[in-house]
Design a protein around this ligand. Sequence first.
Ligand code: GSH
Length: 201
Amino acid sequence: MIDVYGIGTANGQKAATMLEETACEYEIKIVDMFKGEHLAEPFLSLNPIGKIPAIVDRNGEGGKSVTVFETLAIALYLCDKTGHMIPKDARARAEAWEWACVAATDLSPVLSIQFQLTRNIPDHCEPANEYLFTQATRFLKAVEAVSATRRTSRGNIPTPTCRCTPQSPRPCRGCRTVLIPIPISKAGATELPPGPPSNAA
Ligand SMILES: N[C@@H](CCC(=O)N[C@@H](CS)C(=O)NCC(=O)O)C(=O)O
């Protein structure tokens, strides 16, 4: 059994999606960021940076408990543990690492910074916002083109650019595990309620 600590933000959903995709049994432990629980114990002992998600594998190697934070580290840990989603062929495996790196080092930071910029910094520099938007579009187009031609090791078509909303009649597998729906609107992040406290300052 794996405990997943988080809430239904994009990164929280990524961990939950990977638990589903690797067919692990898991229990959701809500870390309510809107109450600042991510910046306090006991969560800080799971991730000293104070960002969700984190997992605790109660039955890790040798039957010992293993804690992992960072979504890419969680994804790789789960693939490694279960053997799911990691191609055996070296070239295909390198391709899997390529896209994992794109997600973790390109797409995710760009989307995250753009989100914070448009939501929390009203007098942000618009050219910076446009640059981030252009980059995000570039990464997402490439991901969509490639994922249209691929299947995961478990035979289902991956949906890396999920478009579910809280009202979706048939949410994707990752979104079925969403803990608290986050309102999404075409107008963008500015319409969202006030964000959780952050220790970024
Ligand atoms: N690089 C981290 C980023 C995680 C992250 O940004 N989590 C957000 C929620 S989606 C968070 O905890 N934000 C709270 C904060 O920055 O204080 C990962 O991939 O796990």
